[in-house]
Design a protein around this ligand. Sequence first.
Ligand SMILES: NC(=O)c1ccc[n+]([C@@H]2O[C@H](COP(=O)([O-])OP(=O)(O)OC[C@H]3O[C@@H](n4cnc5c(N)ncnc54)[C@H](OP(=O)(O)O)[C@@H]3O)[C@@H](O)[C@H]2O)c1
Length: 326
Amino acid sequence: MRALVCNAYGPPDDLVVEDRPDLEPGPGEVAVDVVAAAINFPDLLVIAGQYQDKTPPPFVPGNEAAGTVASVGEGVTGLAAGDRVIVMPRGGAFAERCVVDASKVVPMPGRLDYEQAAAFGVVYGTSYHGLRQSARLGAGESLLVLGAGGGVGLAAVELGKVMGARVIAAASSAAKLDAARAAGADETVDYAQEDLREAVRRLTDDRGVDVVYDPVGGDLAQQALRGLSWHGRYLVVGFASGDIPAFPANIALLKEASIIGVWWGTWLARHPDEHRANLRELLAWINDGTIAPKVTETYALDDFRRAFHRIASREAVGKVVLRLRD
Ligand SMILES: NC(=O)c1ccc[n+]([C@@H]2O[C@H](COP(=O)([O-])OP(=O)(O)OC[C@H]3O[C@@H](n4cnc5c(N)ncnc54)[C@H](OP(=O)(O)O)[C@@H]3O)[C@@H](O)[C@H]2O)c1
């Protein structure tokens, strides 16, 4: 099988496509012939050796894919060769075959193509967990999403609307804000053009927002924190800007606000039943057409450098996917 391999921590350009022996499933595992795998910003951190969980090289990165079951290991029931599935391994997805624990395999909804199916798990999983379990977002509340044209941001916009919130999408370009509007955003703020805090004041009649969803960090985080309402909740989702913000505690005191960390990958391992319940709801919304993965670009495996560059350069809108086989 061909696989994208990280032989030493560094930039995505240093990854190499290698031929490796086909993987076989052990007990409780499933081998999947990968058709498409989605890239997420954390993949850049993982291959740079900057992610909170470190994998020693050499390794195959990639946390989500879609394809067909090649074979199942001893003790696996309910799955058979040829089934179309979504897999969410922790590493190993950027290869023509990956092996995962059967618990990380989800039947692929008929509505989705392989690219969309590959792009389903991480962004909806993260954003739904953040909005539901962490923020307890309620219908009628207001939600400010930073990085609203990116992977998790666009999913947060879409899910915020499904949950009945008034969604203010904030991003750095017209293309990203167009995507956010198409995903249901009620209001948009271009923070490359306008002061975020002033815009939030204007759009909320000085009240502030109930929930901030922040995958960006940096200076924007400071502005957004000050845009929270009384009893507001601030979700710390990521630091795509490269700058981890330090929050002044007096702002939390003055608003009785909560600053809440979100780490979906670890939460789902600690709370598997709640994770499965979230997935069931998300898949139901996929199946009835309420939500749909926003794949905007697909690249062949050999073209991986261009694909990663789109994310690293902040140009990507929605999801970027690698196609592993026809
Ligand atoms: N906590 C969790 O469980 C979890 C799960 C998945 C992802 N994450 C984190 O969430 C963040 C976003 O992930 P993603 O996969 O959605 O990424 P993405 O699709 O690349 O989106 C990131 C967004 O961040 C903004 N950004 C600001 N400065 C940037 C920079 N220097 N480089 C790149 N983007 C920049 C961009 O929006 P604008 O140009 O509009 O500012 C971009 O659209 C990452 O920090 C990731 O590690 C966390």
